[in-house]
Design a protein around this ligand. Structure first.
Ligand code: ADE
Length: 232
């Protein structure tokens, strides 16, 4: 099975690449894609660059050019839910675009005609993640993830996103990857480890915790790969 693993930044995929041998590099559309074998799985790995447009491009390229059949995203997020602490893992049950706004035409936030406010992650991959978490004794939360082309470092904006979308965490790529995977019928799973609380300290915390939280997320992705490999 061909499995795609995406991050947005080098820090999010470096810990994954470090654990693989015989990695091959491919250059497509100003980005680098890495392929490697992991057990019986064929992996395609890339960081997209930050934001919805680049992450959509990378997801589509992985699916159309490399034949990816399942998509996993590994990275960091800002917490909205106050129960989420730095380093906690959250798997998105569904995702939305908090900065998509045609409310002027009477539509709800996050909606465009022929789209939907939320896109649901694949229930089977969520189950694989739950099994991996149980067997490894790792705490994995589930929740709604809101995506936008905005680094949120503002209590009022964070609260608005939380209230409007019932979101638990926010980041900048999950929903765009979800839109692409949903349209191209590829099951997807978005994992995030908390790096900050999207408040006025967010910039500082993000810099301080990006690497450690990205590593937690990447480590968990490997426990999922082990499950997927076993199930083959
Ligand atoms: N990813 C991690 N922290 C974030 C934040 N505060 N805003 C947007 N994306 C993030």
């Amino acid at each position: 099975m061909i499995v795609g693993i995406m991050g947005a930044m080098p820090e999010e995929i470096d810990p994954i690449l470090k654990r693989l041998e015989n990695v091959t590099k491919h250059e497509i559309a100003d980005n680098i894609y890495y392929t490697a074998l992991y057990g019986s799985l064929d992996l395609v790995i890339a960081y997209s660059k930050i934001g919805k447009v680049f992450s959509a491009l990378t997801a589509a390229t992985m699916i159309e050019r490399f034949g990816v059949k399942k998509m996993l995203f590994s990275g960091v997020a800002g917490a909205i839910n106050p129960e989420l602490r730095i380093g906690d893992l959250i798997a998105a049950t569904k995702l939305c675009q908090h900065d998509l706004d045609i409310t002027a035409f009477g539509h709800p936030y996050g909606y465009v005609p022929e789209g939907s406010v939320y896109i649901e992650a694949d229930p089977r991959l969520l189950e694989v993640a739950a099994t991996a978490a149980r067997t490894q004794g790792v705490k994995l939360r589930r929740g709604i993830v809101a995506t936008g082309d905005q680094f949120v470092a503002d209590e009022a904006r964070k609260e608005w996103i939380g209230e409007t979308f019932d979101a638990d965490a926010l980041e900048m790529e999950g929903a765009s990857v979800a839109v692409v995977c949903d349209a191209l019928k590829v099951p997807f799973f978005i994992l995030r480890a908390i790096s900050d609380a999207a408040d006025m300290d967010a910039g500082f915390d993000f810099d301080a915790f990006l690497q450690s939280s990205a590593l937690k997320s990447a480590d968990f992705i490997f426990t999922m790969l082990d499950e997927l490999d076993r199930a083959q």
